[in-house]
Design a protein around this ligand. Structure first.
Ligand code: DON
Length: 302
């Protein structure tokens, strides 16, 4: 495994320069473009890593998997009355479908869906931001995980589109709380700062029937784990989910910070990070690294 990861980093490095670091949130644009890391965590807790796997980055939309997990944990199937389970075929922050589909977002991984999920958490948890931090620290087994207040503030200052999405859903009766409060929570989840190693450890419950590393009770049931992994396959990479399934072949979730997590059910989680994005907003070198990873190891769910 270690030599595979080292080889992948060496082979993918030349792709740096071909993508573009996200700049629609000023604090994200400051990240050095030339970073590349990969980490693997196995269901029995072994960690392998290469490149910049210990460097912290903004997990952004990868947090949508954590908020969905928390919401499913709290409200179960009721959640699906307010958000769908189908790919959107549109960019992550698109508004158009919402008008046609009466304020019900296509899935929990586009911004509209994640905002509904955050609205649910706002209603159900007394301190949602704190609860999310507590969950992530427990999953990563790292009490030092924080949400970067500067990034969250920068996002809030550029939140017109997300606010528009939330108000449109409110007009259809699919949003209960004050939009500003939910946006603050949503941005705080997006601004979590973690490394590839942290994230590979955090998401091992998705490879292990809902059981996190070192916990004596499951976080979610095996059935819920299957459901989240299915949604990751169909919706985790936005309008590039098909291409990602074709090239990489495992459930995955990307973020505009350049991170992507992948799940090989029953065996391991993998996290890659490279800040330059392709046209769909997914890490360019990261996707290439995952394609090499699953091809070299002969892993795919298909
Ligand atoms: O809502 C936003 O604009 C961001 N904070 C999250 C975006 C994100 O990571 C989408 N993914 N690729």
């Amino acid at each position: 495994m270690q030599s595979t990861l080292d080889d992948i980093i060496a082979e993918v490095k030349p792709l740096i320069g071909q993508g573009k670091v996200a700049d629609y949130i000023p604090a994200l644009a400051e990240v050095p473009a030339n970073r590349l890391g990969i980490a693997v965590c196995t269901v029995d807790g072994k960690v392998f890593k290469a490149g910049d796997a210990d460097e912290l980055f903004s997990i952004q939309s990868i947090s949508k998997v954590l908020s969905l997990t928390l919401a499913i944990n709290r409200v179960g199937d009721e959640l699906w009355e307010r958000v769908g389970k189908e790919p959107s075929g549109l960019s992550f922050n698109s508004l158009v479908q919402l008008e046609y589909e009466k304020g019900i977002p296509r899935n929990p991984f586009i911004n509209a869906g994640a905002l509904v999920v955050s609205d649910v958490l706002q209603s159900r948890l007394s301190a949602p931001k704190h609860r999310m931090l507590e969950l992530v620290r427990g999953l990563a087994d790292d009490p030092a995980v924080i949400s970067d207040k500067r990034v969250a503030r920068s996002e809030y200052q550029h939140s017109d589109r997300n606010a528009a999405i939330a108000y449109l859903m409110k007009s259809f009766g699919n949003f209960s709380n004050r939009v500003e409060d939910v946006l603050r929570s949503y941005f705080s989840y997006c601004a979590l700062k973690m490394s590839c190693v942290d994230l590979a450890k955090t998401f091992i419950y998705l490879a292990n029937q809902g059981r996190p590393l070192g916990w004596n009770k499951p976080l979610i049931t095996p059935k819920q784990t299957k459901q989240i992994n299915a949604l990751l396959v169909t919706c985790g990479l936005y309008d590039e989910a098909g291409d990602f399934a074709y090239r990489v072949g495992i459930p995955g979730k990307s973020g505009v910070g350049g991170g992507i997590i992948g799940v090989v059910p029953g065996e391991l989680t993998v996290c890659v990070w490279s800040p330059e994005l392709n046209k769909s907003g997914n890490s360019l070198a990261g996707t290439a690294a995952l394609e090499l990873f699953t091809s070299r190891l002969g892993r795919s769910i298909f």
